[in-house]
Each structure stands twice: as C-alpha cells, then as structure tokens.
Design a protein around this ligand. Structure first.
Ligand code: ADP
Ligand code: RBF
Ligand code: MG
Length: 387
C-alpha cells in the first residue's frame, strides 16, 4: 500500500525571515541587552525575549525602555545599542538546517526571497558573513523599505510584487508571532518555526508549526523533497559536546526504566539554544569505561514539563553502577525526530524511546556513522589512560 500524503497547497516561491529563522540572533540580543542595561543599574531578564522577537528595532527598543524604565527615549536607547549589535554581526551563526535549506532550494531552482523587519543595510551586512546567501535571494526587503513592518503584511506583499508571484503561491517561513501574522495577512502559506521554547500553541494561525528547519518537508507544499534523509534518519554535521556527568532529575531509570546520564548545561547555553530539541544519536566516550553507542534526548522533555533544557544521553550498554562525575564525551552524528509532547501515557513514551534505541543501534552499524567511533574526541585524556 502506498501512502500519499495530501499536499497542503502548491507554492512556487519561499520567503524566509532572517533573525531567529535562518540566523541565531537571539543569543546576541540577550548578550547585548545584558551589557546595555547594566549601565542603568538594571538586570536583563531573559523572560522578556518573547516581547521583542520579530519586532522592528525601534519597537523592540521601546519595549525595553518602558519595561526597564530606562531614562532615555526609545530612539536614544536604540542609538546606544546599535553599535553593540553591529560588532557582533560577524559572529551570528546560521541555525541548524539553514544552509541545508538554502542550498536545497537553490539547487532545485526554487525562487527564494528574504523579508525581515531589520533595515536593509543591516540585513546585507549580516548575511555577508554567510557564503552563498546573498546570491540565493531573488529579492531582499527590509523594514525600512515599507511604511509598516510585520505584523503588517506589507513586507511580504512587496516581496511578492518584486518576484511577480501571486501571494497565495508564496510559502513564508517565520519564527515569530508578528511574522506569522504578517504572512497570513498577506494570504500566504506560513510555516512557523518558533525560536522560543514552548510557544507552539501560540502559532495557531500558521499552516504548520515545526520544531526546527530540520523538520521542514518541502514536498508538502509541492516543492522538491530533501534527499538526505536515509531510512528515516538525517545525518548531521558532527557535533562534539562533553563534560562531567551530573545528577539530574532522577526519573530516568526509576520512572522510565531507562537510565539517562545528565550533562551539565552550564557553559553550553549557546550550544543549547542553537541545537533544536529532539532525539539524536552518536557515540559516547566515558572516561573510566570505554566507547558506546548512544541515543539521546535534548530539550525540555515535555512529558515531564522540565523547566530547563537538558542533554540526556542513554549509553546503549548495561552498566551495573552509576558514574556521576566521570567525563562523558559525545560525538553526535544524526537526528531521528523532534521532541514529542503529546504522549498520552508513560508506556507510549517508553515504547517510543526503545524504538529510538533500535534506530540508533542499527544506524551506528552503517559505515556513514560507524566511522565516527574513531573520533579522537571520544577519548578524553582520562579514557586514554584507562583503556
Ligand atoms: P538522575 O537523572 O538523577 O541522574 P537516573 O535514574 O536518570 O538519575 O540515573 C542516571 C544515572 O545512571 C547516570 O547519571 C549514570 O551515572 C547512570 N547510568 C547507568 N547506566 C547508564 C546508561 N546506560 N546510560 C546513561 N546513564 C547510565
Ligand atoms: N521525553 C519527552 O517528554 N518527549 C520525548 O520525545 C522524549 N524522547 C526521548 C528520547 C530518548 C532517546 C530518551 C533517552 C529520552 C526521551 N525522553 C523524552 C525522556 C527524557 O529525556 C528524560 O528521560 C526524562 O525527562 C526524565 O528525566
Ligand atoms: Mg536522568
């Protein structure tokens, strides 16, 4: 039996948002605001981020000036922080899946455009640090080229006009609420990729909400499918992460019957915001033991409603003891699935995790992934002494 998924709607171009969708700008925003607010004896509270994502710079400045009672006008405050942002632009990383998406659409000749609330010159500077991006976009429209930024549909309508394409044939990809609102008001198809955690319920007007760009399936919109998924898993650029195993939430082996080691996340906050939550696999080197296959969850583990993002690798081996304090080095090589929030029972969550384990065990036998067992990163100095 062949299962053909119904098409959502045929589109002929893709309009991308920049900050929070292609670029990991959020980390830079909080870094800059932290420093800027200290001058006024105030402390940046990350929880304000949701009020500023997707806003134009002057609107975002207005929110901060008001909430933190900064004795400046929004324009003065913006003038003060603008150079602090410019300094950081050369260091903004592409979000996972951004380069993959751009290269894929480009190689298939799909029309692409960029629509951002940032001024045009800022957009151009930011993307200049990313090879091949500028040439990929048939049109780039900035917030200073229209009379009103998102959530007003004007930016998107201007893009459609420049492309000569009917708005209803455009697919918008957006991380923020103002952006999704603007895209729908322009009568376009909209995929939301929320950049802030636990926000997906707010994006009800979007045609689809996905966890990260890795989960975009262009064929749903009549566009060419990605060809890099192999047997239901996605090879990713290898990712190295490690540190001492710490005591975690204490539910792994007790509640699930599945022991997961917790890695300390202090010092990794950048990496953690950069990496989409979900289930990944790879190899694990444990300093006093050896090297093992590994499947892991990264995220908030919605079933348990954790308040912190965690990295919880399950080493696929029977250990008879705990190993708190040992150095654990991970080489992550593939992505299996997004984190799931709607498990109705604990049993169904456990069954899914065991399915993930089988997927990982089998995949790690393939040369594509087995070769990383020799990655020197797995052998921390301690492990080299102990083997
Ligand atoms: P906590 O969440 O408080 O760390 P768990 O019940 O989840 O408690 O136990 C996890 C601990 O069990 C790990 O920190 C690790 O020391 C140990 N452990 C034993 N076997 C494994 C395994 N196969 N994979 C990961 N951790 C394991
Ligand atoms: N918890 C969830 O709520 N949703 C998930 O999709 C999920 N996937 C997991 C996948 C793997 C491979 C593992 C090892 C665990 C997963 N968990 C998930 C459980 C979570 O990581 C953790 O064990 C609990 O939060 C207990 O600390
Ligand atoms: Mg645990």
């Amino acid at each position: 039996m062949s299962l053909v998924k119904p098409l959502k709607k045929l589109v002929s171009c893709v309009i991308l948002d920049l900050d929070g969708t292609l670029l990991n700008t959020d980390g830079i925003v909080s870094d800059v605001l932290k420093v800027a607010l200290v001058n006024y004896g105030k402390q940046w509270d990350g929880r304000e981020t949701h009020k500023i994502v997707g806003k134009t710079p002057v609107e975002a400045a207005a929110v901060v000036v008001e909430d933190y009672e900064i004795p400046l006008t929004k324009e003065e405050f913006l003038t003060q922080i603008t150079p602090m942002f410019s300094e950081r632009w050369s260091n903004i990383k592409a979000l996972p899946g951004a380069n993959r998406l751009i290269n894929h659409l480009k190689s298939h000749g799909v029309l692409m455009a960029l629509a951002s609330n940032s001024p045009k010159s800022n957009i151009e500077t930011k993307i200049s640090y990313h090879q091949g991006w500028k040439e990929s976009f048939f049109a780039i429209v900035g917030g200073d080229e229209v009379t009103a930024g998102k959530p007003n549909p004007e930016i998107f309508l201007e893009v459609a006009k420049r492309l000569g394409i009917n708005p209803s044939n455009c697919l918008v990809i957006e991380d923020s609420l103002p952006g999704v609102t603007a895209g729908k008001a322009a009568e376009m198809e909209v995929v939301a990729v929320p950049s802030l955690p636990k926000q997906s319920h707010l994006f009800t007007s979007a045609d689809e909400v996905i966890n990260s760009l890795l989960d975009l399936h262009p064929e749903k919109w009549g566009l060419p499918a990605f060809q890099d998924w192999v047997a239901g898993i996605l090879p990713i650029e290898t990712w190295h992460i490690g540190g001492p195993v710490v005591r975690g939430f204490g539910r792994g082996s007790k509640v699930l019957g599945i022991p997961t080691a917790n890695l300390s996340t202090t010092g990794y906050s950048d990496l953690l915001t950069e990496y989409p939550s979900g289930v990944y696999f790879g190899w694990a080197g444990l300093s006093n033991h050896g090297i093992y296959k590994m499947v892991m969850s990264i995220g908030w583990n919605p079933y348990f409603n954790n308040t912190e993002k965690t990295i919880e690798p399950w080493l696929l081996h029977d250990f008879s003891e705990d190993f708190y304090g040992e150095e654990l080095h991970l080489v992550i090589v593939g992505y299996i699935r997004p984190e799931v929030a709607n498990f109705s029972t604990l049993e169904s969550l456990i069954a899914k995790i065991h399915e993930d384990r089988r997927v990982a065990e089998n995949a790690l036998e393939l040369p594509l992934y087995s070769k990383y067992r020799d990655d020197p990163y797995l052998k921390s100095p301690l492990l080299q002494n102990n083997l």
